[in-house]
Design a binder for this molecule. Structure first.
Ligand SMILES: CC(C)(COP(=O)(O)OP(=O)(O)OC[C@H]1O[C@@H](n2cnc3c(N)ncnc32)[C@H](O)[C@@H]1OP(=O)(O)O)[C@@H](O)C(=O)NCCC(=O)NCCS
Length: 150
């Protein structure tokens, strides 16, 4: 099955589909209230539009199946990662009827390969509980982080 799936780099024309998947993901994994999801989508639409146009936001579409994205952000150079540019994987979402077929793995591997070609040394993400086993199986390791709600 996974061999019949095509993966392609998304364009601005895919924005409605990317937002549709982002909505589905928020409803599923955050169990978010519809008004909260609508607020997020309203803010996300111009953010992704600008990000794709400026080359900060990249997304890949698996047809059929889902999508995964990557954002390139400015970050403080550190000892392990002295680059001031970091690649963050976002919004990996596979439609429920296409899960456990290897599509999420292929999408993630496509994004990681792209990052390697772009000469990033590290790739970052915040896993959901469902995503954690997939990322672990691809070699991602846990890093610690704290946060404070203001
Ligand atoms: C997480 C998600 C993207 C996985 O996509 P997928 O296409 O089903 O994943 P794959 O079929 O490529 O799975 C690859 C491996 O990941 C692991 N894995 C995937 N889903 C799993 C699950 N529900 N439970 C345990 N391990 C799982 C397994 O090791 C699996 O290999 P296997 O099927 O040979 O055992 C998908 O479940 C999803 O969209 N979930 C909702 C959104 C989400 O949580 N996204 C991650 C955000 S960080």
């Amino acid at each position: 099955m996974v061999h019949t799936v095509t993966i392609r780099h998304a364009t601005l024309a895919d924005l409605p589909l990317l937002l549709q998947y982002r909505r589905a993901m928020a409803e599923e994994i955050d169990n978010a209230d519809p008004s909260v999801v609508n607020r997020m989508i309203t803010a996300l639409e111009p953010y992704l539009r600008a990000g794709i146009a400026e080359g900060r936001w990249h997304a890949w579409i698996a047809e059929p199946g889902g999508s995964g994205s990557l954002e390139i952000v400015q970050w403080v150079p550190g000892r392990q990662d002295p680059s001031a540019r970091r690649a963050w994987i976002h919004s990996l979402y596979i439609e429920p009827s296409f899960r456990r077929l290897g599509i999420g793995r292929r999408l993630t591997q496509t994004i990681v390969d792209w990052c390697r070609k772009q000469r990033f040394e590290w790739v970052y993400l915040h896993p959901s509980e469902l995503g954690r086993p997939l990322y672990q199986s691809l070699g991602f390791e846990s890093a610690s982080e704290m946060r404070l709600k203001l």
